[in-house]
Design a protein around this ligand. Structure first.
Ligand SMILES: NC(=O)c1ccc[n+]([C@@H]2O[C@H](COP(=O)([O-])OP(=O)(O)OC[C@H]3O[C@@H](n4cnc5c(N)ncnc54)[C@H](OP(=O)(O)O)[C@@H]3O)[C@@H](O)[C@H]2O)c1
Length: 199
């Protein structure tokens, strides 16, 4: 398959890209710093250009998305708008644009995270963004068949930076390899409207 993967150089994205390549797929990367397909989830125009540049693909996946962290009373409205604009609306934009170039039997695989289901202190913006993406996935799946759409929702990764781990006391991390398998399940399988919770 030809697969467009946004965020292919990150902790999750690089594991996903490696697993997809092992399985014989061609991966077209897209990040803010990608020379061929510069893509910023907070910039709809860049998403449109990257999707159009990739042309017809069999799958569109995302392993990127930023949200702000901080106490509810300290995060500004602008920080909530940026968080939702990037991780939630950026991924929704990817789907809207991708519907024009995704093969009829193709799939979308988006990224959320445990914080949509089990928030921690300071996670309200990330939790809101994850929840929005998950609700979108369930709803969009009802309308885009035969195209499919799923989301991957991991807990903290074993490979994640040490500075985030204190937010998850007692939580067993998941490996990037296990997260990559969930993308394979979404892309190569037949399921739609699913949230693959890895926690
Ligand atoms: N790490 C975890 O423990 C964990 C757990 C659950 C969920 N998640 C979620 O998984 C996603 C990826 O996390 P990660 O830890 O793999 O991130 P990461 O290591 O920081 O990598 C992020 C990737 O996305 C790209 N990127 C960053 N900002 C972007 C933007 N605005 N538009 C397009 N691409 C962008 C980066 O490349 P450039 O810098 O070149 O743009 C990079 O390829 C995030 O949404 C995160 O919330 C992570």
């Amino acid at each position: 398959m030809r697969i467009l993967l946004v965020g292919n150089t990150g902790v999750i994205g690089s594991a996903v890209e490696a697993r997809l390549r092992e399985r014989g797929h061609a991966v077209l990367g897209a990040t803010r710093t990608n020379a061929e397909r510069p893509t910023d989830l907070s910039d709809p125009e860049s998403i449109a250009k990257a999707v159009d540049q990739a042309g017809e693909v069999d799958a569109i996946a995302c392993a990127a998305g930023h949200a702000a962290y901080g106490p509810v009373g300290e995060l500004s409205g602008a920080q909530y708008r940026d968080s939702l604009g990037n991780k939630a609306l950026g991924q929704i934009e990817l789907v809207l644009r991708g519907l024009h170039t995704l093969a009829p039997a193709g799939s979308f695989t988006l990224i959320t995270g445990v914080l949509g289901t089990y928030p921690v202190r300071t996670s309200s913006a990330a939790s809101a963004a994850n929840g929005a993406v998950e609700s979108f996935v369930r709803a969009a799946a009802l309308e885009i068949a035969p195209r499919r759409i799923n989301a991957v929702s991991p807990t903290i990764l074993a490979e994640a930076s040490a500075k985030a781990k204190h937010l998850f006391p007692g939580v067993e991390p998941v490996t990037a390899s296990k997260v990559a398998n969930a993308y394979v399940r979404s892309i190569e399988g037949a399921e739609t409207g699913q949230i693959y919770q890895l926690f």
